[in-house]
Design a protein around this ligand. Structure first.
Ligand SMILES: Cc1cc2nc3c(=O)[nH]c(=O)nc-3n(C[C@H](O)[C@H](O)[C@H](O)COP(=O)(O)OP(=O)(O)OC[C@H]3O[C@@H](n4cnc5c(N)ncnc54)[C@H](O)[C@@H]3O)c2cc1C
Length: 428
C-alpha cells in the first residue's frame, strides 16, 4: 500500500510531495488529480505575481522564504521567468491607510520599500495622479494618488514553469501520479475492523483510509491522506464532517495590449532594473500585472462583498467581459485613460480558495490521518514552497520545520487549535 496519497497536483500538492520525499526518501507518495496533467486547477490560472509584503508576519515569512527558494532555483539555471519588477501600490488616502500595517511589519524585519511622490510617478509610469476634479472619479469614489509605495522584493513569475519544476523534481524523486482520477468520497473506517454489520460505530476509533474515485476504484494510504485540492477542498472534506475553513470565490483576469500611452506605462523607467512596469495596484484593489513577453497587462480586481462562495463552472470557468467593462474599467481608466481605447483581447477565470483569516489552512482534524492543506487565499503560488514544507512535516509527525530562509515554524501554526493570530489584511 502507498504511504502518502495526495489529492491535487496543483502547486501545493506538488510542493508537499517534493518535501515528503526530501524529508523521508523511503516513503511512497502518490498524487491523484482529476485533471489530465499537473497544474490543471488554479495554479495554471493565476496572475503569478509575488511579494514579500503582507500584514501578517507568518504570511510574510511563508512568502519571503518561498521567494528566496524560487530565486535559488532560477539562479541555479532553471528559468522560472522570475523578474523582481516590484509591486507598486498607487495609493489614495484609503489604500495608504490599509498599507500601514504591512509597512510597519516590513520595516520591523528589515524589508525594503520606497515611498514615491506623485509627480515622479506621473512622469515615469505615465499615470494620471490628479483625478479628484473628474466627475467620473467622484462617481466611482476614488481620489488623487497621494503616494506610491514600491516594494522591490516582489514581482512576477511563470506559474507553469514553477509547476514544471516541482513536477519534474517529484518524478525524479520517485513520486507517482495518477491523472484523470477524480476523488468523489473520502473513505472512513475504524482502525480496528470488527467485521460487524453497521460499522463504523460512533464509539470506534476512526481514520481516513483513502479515497474512492469516480470510476469506482479505491486508493488507500497507509499513513496519511492529504487533501490539497485548492478551491475544491471543502467539497471533498465537508461530506465527512470535516471543515476546510475555506471557500471558493471566482476571480477573473483580462488581457489588454499595451498600445498607445499604455506602451509608455509598460516601459516605465527607473522603477526597477528592467525598466518595465511593476505590478501595479490601484485604489479599489484593481491590479495590472505587466506581461513583457506579450507586451500586455493582465488586469483583475479583488472584490469582496456581494458575490457567492461557490464553484459556478466546474471545468473551464469563464471570464465575463461585462465584469471588466462595468467593474474594472471605470476605475482603472481614471488613472490610465488609454484603457478606454483598448479592450481585452483575451480573458480567463479561476477561483481563490479563501480562508476565514486569509492565511493558509494546514491541519489534521481529529487525529484522523487526514491532512488538509488549502486556503491559499489568492497567494498560493508565492507561498507554495513554505506550505509544502509545513504540510509534509505535519504528515511526517514533526513538531516544527525549517523554511528555506532558515526560519523555523511550528507545524500547527496554521492549524485550528494553535493558529497564529491576526488576519491578513492585504489580500489582492
Ligand atoms: C485569477 C487568479 C489570480 C491569482 N493570482 C495569484 C498571484 O498573482 N500570485 C499567487 O501567489 N497566487 C495567485 N493566485 C492563487 C493561486 O493560483 C492559488 O493560490 C494556487 O494555485 C493554489 O494552489 P493549489 O495547489 O492549492 O490549488 P490548485 O492549483 O487549484 O490545485 C488543486 C488541484 O486539485 C485538483 N482537484 C480538485 N478536486 C479534485 C478531486 N475531487 N479529485 C482529484 N483532483 C481534484 C484540481 O484539478 C487541481 O489540479 C491566483 C488565483 C486566481 C484564480
Amino acid at each position: 500500500m502507498i504511504d502518502y496519497v495526495i489529492v491535487g497536483s496543483g502547486i501545493v500538492g506538488l510542493a508537499t510531495a517534493y518535501y515528503l520525499k526530501r524529508f523521508s526518501p523511503e516513503s511512497s507518495v502518490l498524487i491523484i488529480d482529476k485533471a489530465p496533467g499537473p497544474g490543471g486547477g488554479d495554479s495554471g490560472r493565476s496572475a503569478a505575481a509575488f511579494r514579500a509584503f503582507f500584514t501578517n508576519k507568518v504570511n510574510l515569512m511563508l512568502a519571503n522564504s518561498s521567494i528566496e527558494f524560487y530565486k535559488s532555483i532560477q539562479d541555479r539555471g532553471f528559468d522560472l521567468g522570475m523578474m523582481f519588477v516590484g509591486y507598486l501600490f498607487l495609493a489614495d488616502k484609503r489604500l495608504f491607510n490599509l498599507l500601514e500595517d504591512g509597512l510597519r511589519e516590513a520595516s520591523r524585519i528589515g524589508l525594503e520599500y520606497k515611498i514615491l511622490d506623485p509627480e515622479f510617478l506621473a512622469s515615469s509610469l505615465n499615470v494620471r495622479v490628479k483625478v479628484e476634479d473628474l466627475e467620473e472619479a467622484s462617481l466611482v469614489d476614488v481620489e488623487d494618488i497621494e503616494a506610491g509605495v514600491l516594494v522591490p522584493k516582489a514581482g512576477i513569475i511563470a506559474a507553469d514553469k514553477l509547476v514544471e519544476y516541482y513536477y519534474r523534481s517529484d518524478l525524479s524523486l520517485g513520486v507517482n501520479f495518477s491523472f484523470n482520477s477524480e476523488a468523489v468520497n473520502l473513505l472512513v473506517e475504524p482502525r480496528k475492523q470488527l467485521g460487524i454489520e453497521g460499522e463504523p460505530f460512533p464509539w470506534q476509533d476512526l481514520r481516513v483510509v483513502g479515497v474512492k474515485l469516480a470510476d469506482g476504484r479505491e486508493v488507500r494510504a497507509s499513513k496519511k491522506l492529504i487533501v490539497a485540492a485548492g478551491a475544491w477542498t471543502w467539497r471533498i472534506t465537508t461530506p465527512i464532517g470535516v471543515e476546510s475553513y475555506s471557500r471558493p470565490k471566482k476571480r477573473q483576469i483580462f488581457t489588454v495590449k499595451a498600445l498607445g500611452d499604455l506602451s509608455k506605462t509598460l516601459n516605465a523607467r527607473n522603477l526597477n532594473p528592467y525598466n518595465i512596469s511593476p505590478f501595479i495596484i490601484l485604489p479599489k484593489k484593481i491590479y495590472m500585472r505587466p506581461v513583457p513577453e506579450e507586451r500586455a497587462f493582465w488586469i483583475g480586481v479583488s472584490d469582496e462583498l456581494g458575490r457567492p462562495y461557490e464553484i459556478v463552472e466546474e471545468r473551464e470557468p469563464k471570464a465575463d467581459l461585462d465584469f471588466y467593462v462595468k467593474g474594472i474599467l471605470p476605475v482603472a481608466s481614471i488613472y490610465f485613460p488609454e484603457l478606454q481605447k483598448h479592450y481585452p483581447h483575451a480573458m480567463w477565470a479561476g477561483y481563490y480558495d479563501l480562508s476565514f483569516d486569509k492565511l493558509p489552512i494546514i491541519y489534521e482534524p481529529y487525529e484522523s490521518d487526514l491532512i488538509i492543506s488549502c486556503g491559499t487565499s489568492g497567494s498560493g503560488i508565492m507561498k507554495a514552497d513554505a506550505i509544502g514544507r509545513i504540510t509534509a512535516a505535519l504528515a511526517l509527525g514533526f513538531d516544527e520545520v525549517e523554511l528555506y530562509t532558515g526560519d523555523t515554524i511550528r507545524v500547527d501554526s496554521l492549524g485550528v487549535k494553535n493558529r497564529v493570530s491576526g488576519a491578513e489584511k492585504l489580500v489582492l
